[in-house]
Design a protein around this ligand. Structure first.
Ligand code: FES
Length: 160
């Protein structure tokens, strides 16, 4: 059965924002879902002084929900300090999209993972800067989510 997408999902899928790749990025996050095989690559440009995300782009080989989630997440984090960008969750992405079918929730998790991975990579490239503990906490939590299913922490906050 074809999942029902909201108009907002379809709009972001047809006109994705910030698609592409930043040349000489300050951080790269590449994440994949082992079950569906979809892959998302996020590149970020960071203002070193303010640690703010100046620019962000994505390349996603995946379903419509993954592309729409990537598009939304880049809009949400552009211009934000890294610590604030880290607070953007898949739940926020799903809210902006007006909901996703339960079987497509993991696609929004991929977007949250991609951002966290890009931010982690930024800190890996700048060892003189202290990695905020929430980066690794988040990556560990997201890595532990079952790629087949709606993760527990999402289910508990399920959107209708
Ligand atoms: S089905 Fe794989 S990310 Fe959507």
């Amino acid at each position: 059965m074809t999942p029902m997408y909201t108009d907002k999902v379809l709009e972001h899928f047809k006109n994705p924002r910030n698609m592409g790749e930043i040349e000489a990025p300050d951080g790269v996050g590449e994440v994949g879902n082992p079950v569906c095989g979809d892959v998302m690559r996020i590149t970020i440009k960071v203002d070193e002084e303010t640690e703010t995300i100046e620019d962000v782009k994505f390349k996603t080989f995946g379903c419509g929900a993954a592309i729409a989630s990537s598009s939304v997440v880049t809009e949400l984090i552009k211009g934000k300090p890294l610590r604030e960008a880290l607070e953007v969750s898949n739940k926020t992405v799903v809210e902006v999209l007006g909901g996703l079918p339960p079987v497509k929730m993991h696609c929004s998790v991929l977007a949250e993972q991609g951002i966290a991975a890009a931010i982690k990579d930024y800190y890996d490239r700048h060892p003189q800067r202290e990695l905020p503990p929430e980066v690794e906490d988040k990556l560990r939590r997201l890595e532990g989510t079952d790629p087949h299913a709606v993760p527990d922490y999402i289910e508990s906050e399920a959107l209708e």
